[in-house]
Design a protein around this ligand. Structure first.
Ligand code: SF4
Length: 317
């Protein structure tokens, strides 16, 4: 069953060069399609600035799209109002990248975790307190109800953020780089916690990360984004065994510990082009070691079959 469907989604931000210049557009998300099935983990990966965090903000309806739609259980989330919007806000929760910035320093752990349950009228009184204690136990924290965020480590704060997301019994959690602000030793603990939640709670995840080793471990399907577009989409095991797109191949080859079929370590050349001035043809062609004659003129479509899609003339031309 499809919980979330993203169709032809675009988000352009206006950028002014001078006070008198016409708007240019920063194409953060430029025609993205994917879906999230129940009980699955869908990962969005790519370098910084590829548009994956903008997709996360759109999925939560924190910003409006330029074009396209996102449906949750068949309903366009950008048309939801009143009780239906409130139900959506309860069903889809987020865990942010930075657990330091996403907790109010003046609120106790109890206040932080109980607030969503009060807003959604899930519990009150002693039942509310019992639920907060149970949620904290689930994320591995005890006897911390009256403590403040500054008293915790980064990993403990991320546990509090996860407990807050769980407090309203969500169906989907959008996890936007949930490990990247944490020490490596803590990352494994939080990843194991997310894995337990995936297996025990029936929550589906949209997992946004630049860390391919984590994605390989945690996700069921992967979409690779480059300059606002999905350039490859496949089951996780397929993409890690044999990437089709040269960009995916280099990403995997440049990640220590991942070996997708080629022994030579490859490094991405040059910087990511500006999303305000996207190269013509294949947007990856200035950095692609396999580019050939049509690549700088013709945009490759995302095509394929059997759930395996790639936007590259080598595969589709
Ligand atoms: Fe490289 Fe051409 Fe494929 Fe783009 S279309 S990834 S430039 S081979």
């Amino acid at each position: 069953m499809k919980l979330i469907e993203v169709k032809a989604l675009k988000k352009y931000f206006p950028v002014k060069k001078t006070a008198f210049a016409r708007h240019e557009w920063l194409k953060a998300v430029d025609g993205v399609d994917f879906s999230l099935e129940k009980d699955r983990v869908f990962a969005l990966v790519g370098e910084s600035g590829c548009g994956k965090s903008t997709v996360a903000r759109l999925l939560l309806r924190l910003i409006e799209p330029t074009e396209g739609e996102i449906t949750f259980k068949g309903e366009n989330i950008f048309k939801l109002k009143g009780q239906r919007l409130k139900a959506f806000r309860r069903a889809v929760q987020i865990v942010f990248q930075d657990p330091f910035a996403s907790l109010n320093p003046r609120r106790t752990v109890y206040d932080t975790i109980s607030e969503p349950m009060k807003i959604h009228k899930i519990a009150k009184g002693s039942e509310l307190k019992d639920r907060v204690v149970e949620l904290l136990r689930k994320v591995g924290l005890q006897d911390v109800l009256n403590r403040y965020p500054h008293e915790f480590s980064g990993g403990q704060r991320q546990r509090i953020c996860i407990a807050r997301a769980l407090s309203v019994s969500p169906e989907v959690i959008v996890a936007d780089e949930p490990l990247s602000a944490l020490d490596v030793s803590i990352q494994a603990q939080i990843l194991n916690l997310l894995m337990d939640l995936k297996q025990q709670s029936g929550i589906s995840f949209i997992f946004i990360s630049h860390d391919l080793k984590v994605v390989e471990y945690f996700s069921d399907e992967v979409a690779v984004m480059y300059l606002g577009k999905i350039v490859e989409y496949a089951r996780t095991e397929d993409i890690f065994r044999q990437p089709y797109h040269p960009y995916t191949e280099i990403l995997l080859n440049s990640t220590p510990g991942i070996k997708p079929g080629t022994k030579r370590r490859q490094i991405l050349s040059a910087e990511v082009p500006s999303p305000i001035d996207i190269p013509p043809g294949c947007p990856f062609h200035p950095r692609c070691p396999k580019r050939f004659s049509p690549c700088d003129r013709i945009v490759p479509e995302l095509e394929g079959s059997g759930g395996r899609l790639v936007a590259c003339h080598l595969r589709t031309g």
